[in-house]
Design a binder for this molecule. Structure first.
Ligand SMILES: [Zn+2]
Ligand SMILES: [Zn+2]
Length: 179
């Protein structure tokens, strides 16, 4: 790595360290950087989920960095949806599904089925890949939602009804589900 002292945001560059091999150099920089920098590092690492003992001010830079890098894994898992809009062939009905356009396509507009691939919408982090079977239409603050049950793992999911796209959700299919 480069000398953190030459970076515009030295604490940020140190927090972004990927290799533990870089800790020695960054630790030496931190030892010479003064209390304000150490305090900034601790505060920013704590915001990312790291924990420090109360006597952190007495610690050498390298130990502080190790604690900063051991930040809780959960802090790095994203919780906000990722707008991922892709065309696909529906595994339930076999029809071609174009991209949504104005909004990400997350289910088939013809038969309303989806696939259990996301933990958070768009992240493709679920390893189930079971068929999400539409079971009901429910009202919500975001408008009408399709309620799903995963045929493989039983997980419940909800997707917004997409009735305002170039290829909208099929009204007859929606009516059939609402009944
Ligand atoms: Zn389909
Ligand atoms: Zn599943």
């Amino acid at each position: 790595m480069r000398d953190p002292g030459k970076e515009a945001d030295p604490v940020g560059s140190v927090l972004a360290l990927q290799s533990r091999g870089d800790i020695k150099m960054a630790g030496e920089w931190l030892d010479g950087a003064g209390r304000a920098r150490r305090q900034e590092l601790v505060a920013r690492a704590m915001a990312l989920g790291a924990a420090f003992p109360e006597d952190w001010a007495e610690m050498e830079g390298r130990r502080l960095l190790k604690l900063a890098m051991a930040r809780a894994d959960g802090a790095q898992v994203r919780t906000n949806p990722i707008p991922r809009d892709e065309s696909f062939v529906c595994v339930a009905c076999g029809r071609d599904v174009p991209k949504g356009g104005r909004r990400p396509r997350d289910h088939c507009p013809h038969c309303l089925h989806s696939v259990h691939v996301d933990v958070v919408p768009g992240d493709r982090a679920a390893d189930c890949a079971g068929l999400l079977v539409p079971v009901a239409i429910v009202a919500s603050g975001k408008g009408a939602m399709i309620e799903y049950r995963c045929a493989r793992c039983g997980a419940a999911r909800r997707n917004r009804v997409l009735d305002d796209l170039a290829v909208p959700d099929d009204p007859a299919a929606l009516r059939g589900l609402a009944r």
